[in-house]
Design a protein around this ligand. Structure first.
Ligand code: FMN
Length: 357
Protein backbone atom coordinates (compact mmCIF):
# COMPACT_ATOMS: atom_id res chain seq x y z
CA UNK A 1 0.00 0.00 0.00
CA UNK A 2 1.27 3.48 -0.87
CA UNK A 3 1.64 5.77 2.12
CA UNK A 4 -0.64 8.76 1.74
CA UNK A 5 2.39 11.13 1.89
CA UNK A 6 3.24 10.00 -1.64
CA UNK A 7 -0.23 10.55 -3.11
CA UNK A 8 -1.53 13.69 -4.88
CA UNK A 9 -3.28 16.58 -3.20
CA UNK A 10 -5.15 19.62 -4.46
CA UNK A 11 -4.40 22.76 -2.47
CA UNK A 12 -6.92 25.21 -3.91
CA UNK A 13 -6.06 25.51 -7.60
CA UNK A 14 -2.60 24.01 -7.06
CA UNK A 15 -2.35 20.33 -7.95
CA UNK A 16 0.45 18.65 -6.02
CA UNK A 17 1.78 15.31 -7.28
CA UNK A 18 2.68 14.30 -3.73
CA UNK A 19 2.30 15.76 -0.22
CA UNK A 20 5.95 16.60 0.26
CA UNK A 21 6.65 20.33 0.36
CA UNK A 22 9.98 22.13 0.19
CA UNK A 23 9.87 24.68 3.03
CA UNK A 24 10.93 28.29 2.39
CA UNK A 25 14.70 28.69 2.83
CA UNK A 26 16.52 32.02 2.63
CA UNK A 27 19.96 31.42 1.12
CA UNK A 28 21.22 34.97 0.39
CA UNK A 29 22.67 34.29 -3.03
CA UNK A 30 20.60 36.66 -5.17
CA UNK A 31 22.79 39.59 -6.20
CA UNK A 32 21.04 42.95 -6.74
CA UNK A 33 17.88 41.57 -5.09
CA UNK A 34 17.31 39.50 -8.25
CA UNK A 35 17.29 35.73 -8.87
CA UNK A 36 19.26 34.25 -11.75
CA UNK A 37 20.46 31.05 -13.38
CA UNK A 38 21.83 29.78 -10.07
CA UNK A 39 18.41 29.97 -8.41
CA UNK A 40 16.72 28.38 -11.45
CA UNK A 41 19.12 25.44 -11.22
CA UNK A 42 18.65 25.09 -7.45
CA UNK A 43 14.86 25.04 -7.54
CA UNK A 44 14.68 22.80 -10.63
CA UNK A 45 16.85 20.26 -8.79
CA UNK A 46 14.12 20.14 -6.11
CA UNK A 47 11.12 19.89 -8.47
CA UNK A 48 10.29 16.38 -7.22
CA UNK A 49 8.45 18.02 -4.30
CA UNK A 50 4.69 18.24 -4.63
CA UNK A 51 5.15 21.94 -3.95
CA UNK A 52 8.14 24.24 -3.54
CA UNK A 53 7.73 27.32 -1.37
CA UNK A 54 10.39 29.80 -2.46
CA UNK A 55 12.75 31.55 -0.10
CA UNK A 56 11.32 34.64 1.61
CA UNK A 57 10.91 37.28 -1.14
CA UNK A 58 10.58 40.96 -0.17
CA UNK A 59 7.58 42.84 -1.60
CA UNK A 60 9.37 46.21 -1.76
CA UNK A 61 12.89 47.60 -1.30
CA UNK A 62 12.11 48.52 2.32
CA UNK A 63 10.46 45.18 3.14
CA UNK A 64 13.90 43.61 3.10
CA UNK A 65 15.87 42.48 6.14
CA UNK A 66 18.80 40.49 4.81
CA UNK A 67 21.44 40.82 2.12
CA UNK A 68 20.97 39.25 -1.31
CA UNK A 69 17.37 38.10 -0.98
CA UNK A 70 15.45 38.12 -4.28
CA UNK A 71 12.56 40.59 -4.45
CA UNK A 72 9.38 40.69 -6.50
CA UNK A 73 8.60 44.37 -6.90
CA UNK A 74 10.24 45.20 -10.27
CA UNK A 75 9.78 44.10 -13.88
CA UNK A 76 13.40 42.95 -13.98
CA UNK A 77 12.80 40.66 -10.99
CA UNK A 78 9.62 39.31 -12.61
CA UNK A 79 11.55 38.53 -15.81
CA UNK A 80 14.21 36.64 -13.85
CA UNK A 81 11.68 34.75 -11.75
CA UNK A 82 10.06 33.63 -15.04
CA UNK A 83 13.24 31.65 -15.73
CA UNK A 84 13.01 30.03 -12.30
CA UNK A 85 9.35 29.04 -12.57
CA UNK A 86 9.89 27.74 -16.11
CA UNK A 87 12.80 25.57 -14.95
CA UNK A 88 10.65 24.09 -12.16
CA UNK A 89 7.63 23.54 -14.41
CA UNK A 90 9.79 21.91 -17.09
CA UNK A 91 10.75 19.33 -14.45
CA UNK A 92 7.09 18.75 -13.52
CA UNK A 93 7.18 20.74 -10.26
CA UNK A 94 4.99 23.41 -8.70
CA UNK A 95 6.28 26.55 -7.00
CA UNK A 96 4.76 29.39 -4.99
CA UNK A 97 6.63 32.49 -3.88
CA UNK A 98 6.78 33.39 -0.20
CA UNK A 99 5.92 37.10 -0.09
CA UNK A 100 7.65 38.83 2.77
CA UNK A 101 7.82 42.05 4.73
CA UNK A 102 10.31 41.74 7.57
CA UNK A 103 9.06 44.74 9.57
CA UNK A 104 11.53 45.50 12.34
CA UNK A 105 13.89 42.60 11.56
CA UNK A 106 16.23 44.62 9.40
CA UNK A 107 19.27 46.83 9.42
CA UNK A 108 19.49 50.46 8.29
CA UNK A 109 22.41 49.69 5.98
CA UNK A 110 20.11 47.46 3.88
CA UNK A 111 17.18 49.86 3.48
CA UNK A 112 18.62 53.34 3.92
CA UNK A 113 16.75 54.21 7.11
CA UNK A 114 15.05 52.71 10.13
CA UNK A 115 12.90 49.62 9.61
CA UNK A 116 9.15 49.96 10.17
CA UNK A 117 7.12 48.05 12.75
CA UNK A 118 3.77 48.22 14.54
CA UNK A 119 5.60 49.77 17.51
CA UNK A 120 9.06 51.23 18.05
CA UNK A 121 10.43 48.21 19.90
CA UNK A 122 13.78 46.78 18.82
CA UNK A 123 13.98 43.02 18.34
CA UNK A 124 16.85 41.43 20.24
CA UNK A 125 17.80 39.65 17.05
CA UNK A 126 20.47 39.69 14.40
CA UNK A 127 20.31 39.95 10.65
CA UNK A 128 22.66 38.91 7.85
CA UNK A 129 23.90 42.02 6.09
CA UNK A 130 26.34 40.16 3.83
CA UNK A 131 29.46 38.60 5.27
CA UNK A 132 28.35 39.13 8.86
CA UNK A 133 25.35 39.22 11.18
CA UNK A 134 24.53 42.53 12.90
CA UNK A 135 21.98 43.42 15.59
CA UNK A 136 18.70 44.67 14.07
CA UNK A 137 18.21 48.45 13.99
CA UNK A 138 15.75 50.37 16.14
CA UNK A 139 12.48 50.56 14.18
CA UNK A 140 9.97 53.37 13.91
CA UNK A 141 6.23 52.79 14.38
CA UNK A 142 4.16 52.88 11.19
CA UNK A 143 1.74 55.78 10.85
CA UNK A 144 -1.80 54.52 10.39
CA UNK A 145 -1.95 56.27 7.01
CA UNK A 146 1.13 54.35 5.78
CA UNK A 147 -0.51 50.96 6.07
CA UNK A 148 -2.55 51.26 2.86
CA UNK A 149 0.70 51.60 0.89
CA UNK A 150 2.06 48.37 2.35
CA UNK A 151 -1.16 46.57 1.44
CA UNK A 152 -0.67 47.82 -2.12
CA UNK A 153 2.86 46.44 -2.08
CA UNK A 154 1.46 43.01 -1.12
CA UNK A 155 -1.13 43.17 -3.92
CA UNK A 156 1.52 44.18 -6.48
CA UNK A 157 3.81 41.36 -5.33
CA UNK A 158 0.93 38.88 -5.77
CA UNK A 159 0.15 40.16 -9.27
CA UNK A 160 3.84 40.03 -10.11
CA UNK A 161 3.98 36.44 -8.84
CA UNK A 162 1.37 35.36 -11.38
CA UNK A 163 3.13 37.34 -14.14
CA UNK A 164 6.33 35.53 -13.16
CA UNK A 165 4.64 32.16 -13.66
CA UNK A 166 4.32 31.12 -10.02
CA UNK A 167 1.49 28.73 -9.15
CA UNK A 168 0.52 31.03 -6.31
CA UNK A 169 1.89 32.78 -3.25
CA UNK A 170 2.50 32.02 0.40
CA UNK A 171 1.97 35.06 2.63
CA UNK A 172 4.75 35.04 5.23
CA UNK A 173 2.95 35.64 8.52
CA UNK A 174 5.37 33.56 10.61
CA UNK A 175 8.71 33.85 12.40
CA UNK A 176 8.39 37.28 13.95
CA UNK A 177 8.20 39.34 10.74
CA UNK A 178 5.79 42.22 10.05
CA UNK A 179 2.45 40.40 10.09
CA UNK A 180 3.45 38.36 13.16
CA UNK A 181 4.60 41.61 14.83
CA UNK A 182 1.10 43.06 14.37
CA UNK A 183 -0.55 39.92 15.78
CA UNK A 184 1.19 39.67 19.14
CA UNK A 185 0.71 41.84 22.20
CA UNK A 186 4.45 41.53 22.87
CA UNK A 187 5.41 43.51 19.74
CA UNK A 188 2.20 45.47 19.02
CA UNK A 189 1.49 48.29 21.51
CA UNK A 190 -0.55 50.43 19.08
CA UNK A 191 -3.46 52.52 20.22
CA UNK A 192 -5.15 52.86 16.79
CA UNK A 193 -7.45 50.33 15.11
CA UNK A 194 -4.51 47.97 14.52
CA UNK A 195 -3.62 47.49 18.20
CA UNK A 196 -5.23 46.54 21.48
CA UNK A 197 -7.79 43.71 21.46
CA UNK A 198 -7.24 40.58 19.38
CA UNK A 199 -9.79 41.73 16.79
CA UNK A 200 -7.65 44.80 16.14
CA UNK A 201 -4.30 42.97 16.11
CA UNK A 202 -5.65 40.51 13.54
CA UNK A 203 -6.77 43.36 11.29
CA UNK A 204 -3.47 43.85 9.43
CA UNK A 205 -3.32 40.14 8.58
CA UNK A 206 -6.97 40.23 7.44
CA UNK A 207 -6.26 43.22 5.20
CA UNK A 208 -3.15 41.60 3.71
CA UNK A 209 -5.13 38.44 2.97
CA UNK A 210 -7.87 40.54 1.35
CA UNK A 211 -5.33 42.50 -0.73
CA UNK A 212 -3.61 39.34 -1.99
CA UNK A 213 -6.74 37.27 -2.62
CA UNK A 214 -8.33 40.28 -4.29
CA UNK A 215 -5.35 40.43 -6.65
CA UNK A 216 -4.93 36.74 -7.55
CA UNK A 217 -7.75 34.71 -5.96
CA UNK A 218 -7.94 32.74 -2.72
CA UNK A 219 -7.34 29.44 -4.51
CA UNK A 220 -3.78 30.55 -5.33
CA UNK A 221 -3.08 32.06 -1.90
CA UNK A 222 -1.61 30.24 1.08
CA UNK A 223 -0.21 31.56 4.34
CA UNK A 224 2.44 30.58 6.89
CA UNK A 225 2.05 30.91 10.68
CA UNK A 226 4.22 29.96 13.66
CA UNK A 227 1.98 30.40 16.73
CA UNK A 228 4.31 29.05 19.42
CA UNK A 229 7.59 30.25 17.94
CA UNK A 230 9.63 33.05 19.44
CA UNK A 231 11.64 33.45 16.24
CA UNK A 232 13.33 36.84 15.89
CA UNK A 233 12.44 37.72 19.48
CA UNK A 234 8.80 38.39 18.61
CA UNK A 235 7.65 37.07 22.00
CA UNK A 236 4.83 34.65 22.81
CA UNK A 237 1.42 36.34 22.95
CA UNK A 238 -0.32 36.41 26.34
CA UNK A 239 -3.19 34.32 24.86
CA UNK A 240 -1.83 32.40 21.89
CA UNK A 241 -4.78 29.94 21.61
CA UNK A 242 -7.35 32.75 21.38
CA UNK A 243 -5.20 34.90 19.09
CA UNK A 244 -4.55 32.16 16.58
CA UNK A 245 -8.13 30.86 16.76
CA UNK A 246 -9.16 34.35 15.63
CA UNK A 247 -6.55 34.21 12.84
CA UNK A 248 -7.87 30.85 11.67
CA UNK A 249 -11.41 32.20 11.58
CA UNK A 250 -10.17 34.89 9.18
CA UNK A 251 -8.44 32.27 7.02
CA UNK A 252 -11.52 30.02 6.95
CA UNK A 253 -13.62 32.96 5.86
CA UNK A 254 -11.12 33.75 3.07
CA UNK A 255 -11.03 30.14 1.79
CA UNK A 256 -7.28 29.97 1.22
CA UNK A 257 -5.50 27.25 -0.76
CA UNK A 258 -3.47 26.17 2.27
CA UNK A 259 -2.23 26.98 5.75
CA UNK A 260 1.41 26.16 6.47
CA UNK A 261 2.22 25.90 10.16
CA UNK A 262 5.59 25.82 11.88
CA UNK A 263 4.77 23.57 14.81
CA UNK A 264 6.68 24.70 17.90
CA UNK A 265 9.84 26.77 17.89
CA UNK A 266 11.10 27.37 14.34
CA UNK A 267 14.04 25.03 13.79
CA UNK A 268 13.82 24.01 17.45
CA UNK A 269 11.72 21.87 19.76
CA UNK A 270 8.27 20.74 18.69
CA UNK A 271 6.77 22.09 21.90
CA UNK A 272 3.47 23.86 22.63
CA UNK A 273 0.94 23.78 25.44
CA UNK A 274 -1.01 20.53 25.39
CA UNK A 275 -3.53 20.37 22.56
CA UNK A 276 -2.61 23.83 21.24
CA UNK A 277 -1.61 23.01 17.67
CA UNK A 278 -4.18 20.21 17.51
CA UNK A 279 -7.01 22.63 18.37
CA UNK A 280 -5.91 25.01 15.60
CA UNK A 281 -5.67 22.12 13.17
CA UNK A 282 -9.23 21.06 14.05
CA UNK A 283 -10.48 24.62 13.61
CA UNK A 284 -8.96 25.14 10.15
CA UNK A 285 -11.16 23.95 7.29
CA UNK A 286 -8.61 23.78 4.45
CA UNK A 287 -5.32 22.09 3.54
CA UNK A 288 -2.87 21.97 6.50
CA UNK A 289 0.84 21.78 5.66
CA UNK A 290 2.85 20.88 8.77
CA UNK A 291 6.51 21.76 9.30
CA UNK A 292 9.32 21.59 11.81
CA UNK A 293 11.63 18.70 12.52
CA UNK A 294 9.80 16.08 10.48
CA UNK A 295 11.47 12.82 9.45
CA UNK A 296 10.26 10.34 6.84
CA UNK A 297 8.59 8.30 9.55
CA UNK A 298 6.87 11.15 11.38
CA UNK A 299 5.72 12.69 8.09
CA UNK A 300 4.12 9.44 6.94
CA UNK A 301 2.46 9.09 10.33
CA UNK A 302 1.19 12.71 10.36
CA UNK A 303 -0.44 12.43 6.95
CA UNK A 304 -1.87 8.94 7.55
CA UNK A 305 -3.39 10.00 10.86
CA UNK A 306 -4.87 13.18 9.40
CA UNK A 307 -2.76 15.42 11.67
CA UNK A 308 -1.54 17.04 8.43
CA UNK A 309 -2.51 16.99 4.76
CA UNK A 310 1.10 17.54 3.66
CA UNK A 311 4.50 17.98 5.32
CA UNK A 312 7.18 20.58 4.57
CA UNK A 313 10.88 19.84 4.96
CA UNK A 314 13.45 22.61 5.31
CA UNK A 315 17.03 21.63 6.12
CA UNK A 316 16.69 18.16 4.60
CA UNK A 317 15.85 19.81 1.27
CA UNK A 318 19.14 21.71 1.31
CA UNK A 319 21.33 18.61 1.34
CA UNK A 320 18.91 16.26 -0.48
CA UNK A 321 17.77 17.89 -3.74
CA UNK A 322 15.82 14.75 -4.64
CA UNK A 323 14.31 14.42 -1.17
CA UNK A 324 10.81 13.45 -2.35
CA UNK A 325 12.19 10.68 -4.56
CA UNK A 326 14.43 9.41 -1.73
CA UNK A 327 11.60 9.43 0.79
CA UNK A 328 9.32 7.52 -1.53
CA UNK A 329 11.96 4.90 -2.35
CA UNK A 330 13.13 4.89 1.29
CA UNK A 331 16.71 5.61 0.24
CA UNK A 332 19.35 6.92 2.68
CA UNK A 333 19.36 10.66 3.28
CA UNK A 334 22.39 12.94 3.29
CA UNK A 335 23.04 14.52 6.69
CA UNK A 336 21.67 17.95 7.54
CA UNK A 337 23.77 20.81 6.16
CA UNK A 338 26.15 22.48 8.60
CA UNK A 339 27.73 25.19 6.46
CA UNK A 340 27.05 27.47 3.52
CA UNK A 341 23.49 28.21 4.59
CA UNK A 342 23.62 31.96 4.04
CA UNK A 343 25.54 33.68 1.26
CA UNK A 344 28.09 32.43 -1.26
CA UNK A 345 27.48 30.83 -4.64
CA UNK A 346 27.01 27.34 -6.03
CA UNK A 347 28.93 25.66 -3.22
CA UNK A 348 26.60 24.12 -0.62
CA UNK A 349 23.72 25.21 -2.89
CA UNK A 350 23.52 23.45 -6.24
CA UNK A 351 26.35 20.97 -5.65
CA UNK A 352 24.54 18.50 -3.39
CA UNK A 353 24.22 15.41 -5.58
CA UNK A 354 20.99 13.58 -6.29
CA UNK A 355 21.26 9.89 -5.52
CA UNK A 356 22.12 7.79 -8.53
CA UNK A 357 18.98 5.88 -9.54
C1 FMN B 1 18.82 28.36 6.10
C2 FMN B 1 17.38 28.56 6.52
C3 FMN B 1 16.63 29.56 5.92
C4 FMN B 1 15.27 29.73 6.25
N1 FMN B 1 14.52 30.68 5.60
C5 FMN B 1 13.19 30.79 5.81
C6 FMN B 1 12.39 31.70 5.06
O1 FMN B 1 12.85 32.41 4.16
N2 FMN B 1 11.06 31.75 5.35
C7 FMN B 1 10.49 30.98 6.33
O2 FMN B 1 9.27 31.06 6.56
N3 FMN B 1 11.23 30.09 7.04
C8 FMN B 1 12.55 29.97 6.80
N4 FMN B 1 13.29 29.03 7.48
C9 FMN B 1 12.61 28.07 8.37
C10 FMN B 1 12.31 26.77 7.62
O3 FMN B 1 11.36 27.00 6.58
C11 FMN B 1 11.72 25.68 8.56
O4 FMN B 1 10.59 26.21 9.21
C12 FMN B 1 12.72 25.18 9.60
O5 FMN B 1 13.98 24.89 9.01
C13 FMN B 1 12.20 23.93 10.32
O6 FMN B 1 11.94 22.89 9.40
P1 FMN B 1 12.97 21.65 9.22
O7 FMN B 1 13.11 21.02 10.58
O8 FMN B 1 12.33 20.73 8.22
O9 FMN B 1 14.28 22.22 8.73
C14 FMN B 1 14.66 28.87 7.20
C15 FMN B 1 15.44 27.88 7.83
C16 FMN B 1 16.78 27.71 7.49
C17 FMN B 1 17.56 26.60 8.13
Amino acid sequence: MTDKLFTPLDAGAIHMKNRIVMAPLTRNRAKNDTPGVLQATYYAQRAGAGLIVSEGTPISPTAKGYADTPGIWSDEQVAQWQEVTKAVHDKGGKIVVQIWHVGRVSHESLIGGPPVAPSAITAQSRTFVGGEFLPTSEPRALETAEIAGILEDYARAARNAIRAGFDGVEIHAANGYLIDQFLRDTSNKRTDGYGGPIANRVRFLREVVAAVTGAIGADRTGIRLSPWSNANDVGIDSDTPALFAAVIDVLNEAGLAFLHVVEGQTGGPREWPQGGIEALRDRFKGVWIANNGYSRESAIEAVDSGAADAVAFGKLYISNPDLAERLEADLPLSPLPTQGLYGGGAEFYTDYPARAA
